[in-house]
Design a protein around this ligand. Sequence first.
Ligand code: FAD
Length: 391
Amino acid sequence: MYDVIISGAGPAGSKCAEVVAKAGYKVALIEKDINYRKPCGGGLPRTSLFKYYPQLKKVDFHKINGTAIFSEDYHKVRHVYENLKVNPITVDRLKFDNLIRNIALDAGAELFDKHTSVDFVQKEGKKIGVRTKTSEGYKDFLGKIIIVADGMSSKLAPRSGLRGKWKIENLGLGRAAILEGKYSLEKNLAYFFFKKYGYSWIFPLSETTFNIGSITYFENNLKYNVQSLFKRFLVDVQNRGFLTEASYKEIWSGSFPEPACGVLDRNLCGDNIILIGDAGGFVAPINGEGVHGAIVSGDIAGKTSINALKKEDFTYNSLKAFRKDPYIKKIIRNFKLQRGFVDFFYENEGENLNKLFKLAEEDEKYNLDVINTFILGRTPPKDFFTRVKNS
Ligand SMILES: Cc1cc2nc3c(=O)[nH]c(=O)nc-3n(C[C@H](O)[C@H](O)[C@H](O)COP(=O)(O)OP(=O)(O)OC[C@H]3O[C@@H](n4cnc5c(N)ncnc54)[C@H](O)[C@@H]3O)c2cc1C
């Protein structure tokens, strides 16, 4: 019998496991494969990451000190961050996920690798545990609280009764790769290319490796094929001289969806269950950034679980503290706003984006607003949109 069972040892699950195990509770962390590299750009633009993981300051990650953003018609916004105490980073998710998973294990969580969660264990209509599939057959884990942190492909989330399956128009569909070879980019900038279908990116990982990818959003998922867009983008950036070699060694590639419509706040918790990270929709609609939301939701779900364990109350009434938490509420509000911005940006085949980046090229203050809105997910000033409409 575990105090908390966590399905999925990605950023959300690992953070939650660390917090609960550190408080002395018995945690089962269930993971289908610790050698899995989550398809992701690996761009971690927020320095607040180090608030959650101060021990990572010592790790030699690739540092980012600014960003360059392009519109479909190649208007450019470039910004270098001033006076940073710590830099944003780009990471290889295989290495990063194992680092933060090991922090959870050091805190006392028990890892069950090569276990795929397939369903809840039920008794008298109540969900009392998680059933996993292993090479040796099915195994049941029983626990007081179940945290669903197994991402977009979660089998448990749609079976929890809290929400249904994601609809394709509510997703981002992405393809990412890590390539090796020479490039002609500033190695400490993160490059975004906003397009009418969504966006593409190139994030340097070292002098000779970079993460490159494309993602389509919402209704565009039905109009475009992300695999062909990715190939076209690669050729385009080679033709434009960003990538200087005729061909690159592929170290890894993968495709995956992400929830892009924001958090379904009423569907985050029930009796003894909380959904966190991608399983709960904690991905910023504007730029697809989800690692931050995963870690924050993992942290707060961990603290909520500790309080519930102290009170021995695992009902919805006790766990709803998760969705009522001020930071979770702020994220939900911010994502709702962002969802509205995204609709505006992609109107008329992305024409508003072209206008917006042209304005930013001409005006330094507007340039900074663009960076804050697109990269840091901040709410832009009121005239941000009217200036585009009037231009
Ligand atoms: C193409 C693409 C690019 C992206 N780029 C960025 C980016 O640059 N920056 C950023 O911040 N975010 C990015 N994101 C979003 C980010 O990857 C996710 O939001 C983040 O990984 C969510 O963390 P998580 O812990 O909730 O889920 P995940 O990272 O998906 O982790 C879930 C874990 O659960 C395990 N698992 C899955 N199913 C089961 C099961 N049935 N049983 C047991 N274990 C299971 C998985 O192996 C995995 O370890 C991107 C997403 C995509 C698709």
